[in-house]
Ligand binder design. Sequence first.
Ligand code: NI
Length: 260
Amino acid sequence: MLDDFFGQLWADYTRMTPRVSSIRRRLEARGETAVNDHVAFRTLDLEPIDIANLEPIIKDLGYTRFDDYAFEAKCLNARSYIKLGCPRIFLSELRCNAFPGLKPVFESLVRGVAAPRGPEVFTTGILWPAIEHDLYLRMREATEYGAWVAALGIRPNHFTVSVNALKGFETLESLCDFVEAEGFALNTWGGRIKGSPAAGLEQASTMADHVDVEFADGRYRIPTCYYEFALRHEIDGELFDGFITSSADKIFESTRSSIP
Ligand code: NI
């Protein structure tokens, strides 16, 4: 069941993020196998699609909650989940109350959504009728994250290559050099590499792909998903298993249409 779940996630993700398949092929050409460190989803803090309602579905897949996170500047809550031998799951939700002007829009989106029962909620895309492109652009001014969820739904926002599992890249720096040399732009917001060995986790990511997406008034090209790279370090003899909010804060910028 879990293999099936990740297979469907991966199919959706690579359709929304064509550069992932190219990067993976180039890693494979070097004899590497890309193992996923984690997959991340975005949602809204409104029933029935808030974290509290999605968590039982993740737990039914055999996962355990590992930690809680708060991103004050981005107005997000998040939780991470672990299961031995499987990619970690990172689930965040937008605090819709922080956007009073858009709250009625978010509420109207979720109004007709049936309570999610199974993992297909993570591969269905939008669970509401497509919005108009103009509304998407207006939302993006206030919250890039909220506009992303409204236009794309609760699908994988990114998968992350475990640099620990690569054989030929000792440092995240060397992998970043390789990815850039192959022609893929990295997110340089707050520096190319976020985090540090001392913090337990170093992360980098590509900028998001731009893909044609169906809106109520036609197809428009918008930023979709990105590919992340994570190198975990030991802290007090144990590999760090969590996430670092100050780093993730900058990684979130990967779905902007351009870095400010
Ligand atoms: Ni991530």
